[in-house]
Design a protein. Structure first.
Length: 85
């Protein structure tokens, strides 16, 4: 991703929740569910198991970040193409 797209992507990512179109009720519900589930895992798993889960979550987050960047690049490319048409 070039500097311009990276800057635009960072701006969009940082301001995503400020967008009025985001369903904050659903977002907050899923966020609370994630926190509740993580609390239950912390209580149930051994330290070694928790480390493995944290490693897994980090790998998923890294992959998801790259997928989000790719989706963003494709959306910008489509927008450019549509603007030229």
């Amino acid at each position: 991703m070039d500097e311009y797209l990276d800057c635009l992507f960072q701006y969009v990512s940082e301001n995503l929740l400020l967008d009025a179109r985001v369903d904050l009720i659903d977002y907050n519900r899923w966020n609370e569910s994630e926190n509740t589930t993580w609390t239950a895992l912390n209580a149930a798993l051994t330290p070694e198991q928790l480390r493995l889960v944290e490693d897994y979550k980090a790998a998923c987050s890294g992959k998801r970040f790259l997928e989000d960047q790719l989706l963003f690049q494709k959306a910008v490319s489509l927008g450019k193409w549509m603007a030229r048409a």
